[in-house]
Design a protein around this ligand. Structure first.
Ligand SMILES: C[S@@+](CC[C@H](N)C(=O)[O-])C[C@H]1O[C@@H](n2cnc3c(N)ncnc32)[C@H](O)[C@@H]1O
Length: 259
């Protein structure tokens, strides 16, 4: 019999921003799989623990399998970076396979995925790797979550698209190659180096948010040329204070489009 794995979207960091379906999935789990992080980002694990304290309660820790996250190399070079990510993912798959092998068949395991599992999250890919490498027989179910992008739009009280317009989701690394031409609204995640500073186009608005949904939430909005340096400064101060940074932003061409 297979192991049932529920990949549960837990929202972007606020114990209120979780769906009823996700809470039911957590309460129905026999085991929880929690990925632990390096010391600077342990708050990300604490938030997961708060979710379990609040929505599951009891002695959830005694049913929890802690998996130490693999170290990931970083490089400015795109092909070296792709290789580092592939190695990290393969190591994560090995670690998942090792612990899932110990789970009794037929049991239900909840894997907590930050935000929504469909958005820049490796959990589903890693579980597919475990399955295809013969690491364990898995029956996977996905429970959607509120993503950081939804929290960004809510924080700024904006829609992401304008009437009939397209929205592009991208990364800081890709933005560094230029603001995409196909969409007038571009949402950027995973930007460790403030790539918005390299956008030299005029008439662009920035809607930036960090630690969205959490008590430390930061929001800044305005014309890119007027807000970019403020974001760089506020971001650096917050990262220094907390030891880690999660930020997301929308770049919007001020074209003649109705909102
Ligand atoms: C590995 S991705 C995970 C995205 C996640 N699956 C989601 O649905 O939001 C991590 C990136 O998501 C964004 N992010 C996640 N949580 C965030 C938050 N609370 N505030 C701002 N950005 C966040 C940041 O761009 C961060 O670098």
């Amino acid at each position: 019999m297979a192991i049932n794995v529920d990949v549960v979207g837990i929202g972007p960091g606020n114990t209120d921003q979780i769906t009823v379906e996700a809470i039911k999935a957590l309460r129905g789990a026999d085991f929880f799989l929690l990925v632990t992080k390096r010391r600077e980002t342990e708050e990300l694990v604490e938030i997961r623990e708060q979710i379990l304290d609040r929505h599951v309660g009891g002695d959830w820790r005694s049913h929890t399998i802690f998996v130490q996250d693999a170290e990931r190399g970083r490089s400015e070079d795109a092909s070296e970076q792709a290789e580092a990510v592939a190695e990290w993912r393969a190591e994560r798959a090995r670690r998942f396979a090792d612990v899932l092998r110990e789970v009794p068949s037929g049991a239900r395991v909840a894997v907590l995925a930050w935000g929504d599992p469909a958005l820049y999250d490796s959990t589903l890919g890693v579980l597919e790797d475990v399955r295809s490498n013969g690491g364990a027989e898995l029956e996977i179910r996905v429970v959607p979550g509120i993503s950081s992008i939804q929290a960004l739009a809510a924080g700024h009280r904006i829609g992401l698209n304008r009437v009939g317009g397209a929205v592009e989701l991208t990364t800081g690394r890709r933005l560094a190659a230029g603001l995409p031409r196909e969409a007038d609204d571009v949402v950027v995640l995973l930007d460790g180096s403030c790539a918005f500073r390299d956008v030299d186009e005029e008439g662009v608005e920035l809607f930036w948010g960090a630690y969205l949904g959490t008590p430390d939430e930061l929001l800044i909005a305005g014309p890119l040329e007027e807000t970019a340096e403020e974001v760089v400064r506020v971001r650096a101060e917050a990262k220094e204070r907390k030891g880690w940074m999660f930020d997301t932003y929308l770049l919007r061409r001020r074209a003649n489009r109705p909102r």
